[in-house]
Design a protein around this ligand. Sequence first.
Ligand SMILES: [Zn+2]
Length: 479
Amino acid sequence: MRKNWVLHGALAVFAAHVATPAVAQIIKPNERAQAIKQHPQIIAQFGGAITGPVASYVSNVGAKVATTAGLKDQCTFTVINSDVVNAFAVPGCYIYITRGLMAIMNSEDELASVLGHEVGHIVGKHSLKRTQASTLSTLGAIALGIATKSDEIMQTAGQLAQVYTLSYSRKQEHESDDFGVRYLQANGYNLYAASDMLAALAAQEALDAKVKNRQSRNVPTWARSHPITTERVARTANAARAAKASRDVPPELVRPYLTALAGLRVGDDPEQGFVDGRRFSHPSLKITFEVPQGFSLNNTSEAVEIEGPNSLKGRFGGGSALSGTLDAYAIAKVRETLGQTPATFGVATPGTTNGMPTVTLLARAQTRSGLVDVGVIAYNLNGRAFHFVMMGPADGLSPTFPITQTFRELSATEIAALRPRELEIVTVRAGDTVASLAARMAYPDFKTERFLMINGMSAERPLKPGELLKIVRFSPAGR
Ligand SMILES: [Zn+2]
């Protein structure tokens, strides 16, 4: 979650599009106008934009790709400050790519491949078809796991992000892959970059599932919205073979790409908080809490999402100065969650947790998926308000109670121990091995697997002196 908790009630995305595609003009003025309007909202929902050398690098490569696609000077490329591995295209040719995806790529060719694929969705007008196919109720159900027609639920749930991370169809993916390979070829990039990227993304998903010991259902990732199939890997590799492309990436396109990545943040940003196993800690807000075994945490830019057994869902947020009473704050949070859904409210009950004044409030709502209990606990921590919203089937909320008891302020020592991570680009020296470099990875577990994955290696291999590779280190103090 961000330090400043802001709700972005942008429903602009649902404004009706005209369904008749122009014959000659790929990007229509109304699409561009809407994309310009949504741009700051999308950036905010995903955790902000990254500026500087990485952003310029991506813009330059994107411009080459766009020109090849017949969209010279018509596309905008933005790097987003999110560790989630994702890229997506918004009608109007606004293309977004996360630092999480940048970190697992290994050449400019691969970057061009991803950007070309996204531009391909614009040229194929896929987002437009997809946006029209999605409905409010579908998105509401995705967002909070209950089916209602409430606009308010939409407003609390990062709906803009959800729209652009819905799955494309198999046909659309193939079409975009074909466009992408065509743009690679026209710019002299290595055509194998497309199939290598797909394989790398599949490897990242697999390792992520292994590390977290679960399949995360609600984090929008590239692999989820652009389903990666063995068919897609084979099709793109066949296209490269058919064009008689060389398997070797020219070294000059590896070096500038990796050099641009030096110092890139990896994992959670201190301004957005850290998820470490079952614990969430936010050094800037100076707070922490922990979920029990069987629960999982997802740190989105707007809130921390909690998932538990038996359809339990929750969100943690807050951090702003409390204006008004804690009762009123708790009631507002329940109303934000339920919107117009019919509900019976309990009585706001004061209490104390770890020395902080609290207010607890329960409501029971009638939804299309049955009776749902919503529980809110609001905390007053030295004048700042925080809260959990928990939802589950009627009478099923009690397993979430321990979470609310672990919320507390972080000590100065704890804050000092929360260290951000970043990419370090290392030049292989004689005697370096996968094992010796992987040992430097700043993680407690899966060091070798993580090292192989971020360097695009499917297995251990001898390293060549002089080659550039990535490792993840703890950021030097103050970064
Ligand atoms: Zn796609």
